[in-house]
Design a protein. Sequence first.
Length: 326
Amino acid sequence: METIELTAQLPASIAGMRLDQALAEVFPDFSRSRLSEWLKAGRIRLDGAVATRGKDKVWGGERVELSAELEQRGDWQGQDIPLDIAYEDEHLMVIAKPSGLVVHPAAGNPDGTLVNALLHKDPSLASLPRAGIVHRLDKDTTGLLVVARTLQAHTHLVEQLQARAFLREYECIANGIITAGGTIDAPIGRSSGDRKLMGVVEGEGGKPAVTHYRVVERFRGHTWLRVRLETGRTHQIRVHMAHIHHPLVGDLAYGGRVRLPKAAIPELGETLRAFKRQALHAARLGLTHPVSGEFMEWSRPIPDDMMHIIEVLREDLARGEAQPDY
């Protein structure tokens, strides 16, 4: 077992919240059930005093200290699932995730996940929060994510992530013509219409979310974008692009149904209808190594299925430009 020692200061924004809810906010890498167990066991101190009741209210500004042992999870099993490893050393791994691979086991996906693949490669990851996974990608999003292999590395990387020190750059294809780059600054929270989805939520319930985007290439009815995340909310790029009325190609959950420009070539309709995921790829990842202090960066090219869409969009644009203007 490894011993974990963490401290945090409760932000003023959570004044009036229950302690157990506040703990989930400041220690998001641990499940609520695990935090509750530690709370009941007297492993959490609030302003120096042992706290044991999750229903107690907090007022913001309190200092929280967590001291506990990380036991190995017995319900996650290693499975021999191929991993595309962009980089690894004894402290961390950078994984290139394919489309269709779920990151964490859940009710609908109890196994066959990235976590199961990681535990097969390195069983010691079972003692780390979320098997060392520091940030996640949606099931159908491709690209790079980082996995910590030690508690020290995990703590350091989570601190970087919370300080917005990661470089996270994505490639995506959006519906509609976007004329110039920009920034979307709109809070994100659970959708009131569907709790499985996220949405822009003003006021209580919305967390700050900032997305920067620039145009790579424009077509007759679509735009290839390069996007940088300043924050990392669930479905952030998907929600923000839908919010500005340019949902991602293939993202049916947020309005990205098939849309064709006037007189589109037949190949474009066929290609878009055959594309069964959101057109989103985590192309670049940069971070400071938790031990050496060196800034490291990795990249993976846009995957073949997205590149095929771009090629067909270029062909549609070229044919459209070649038509006489009567």
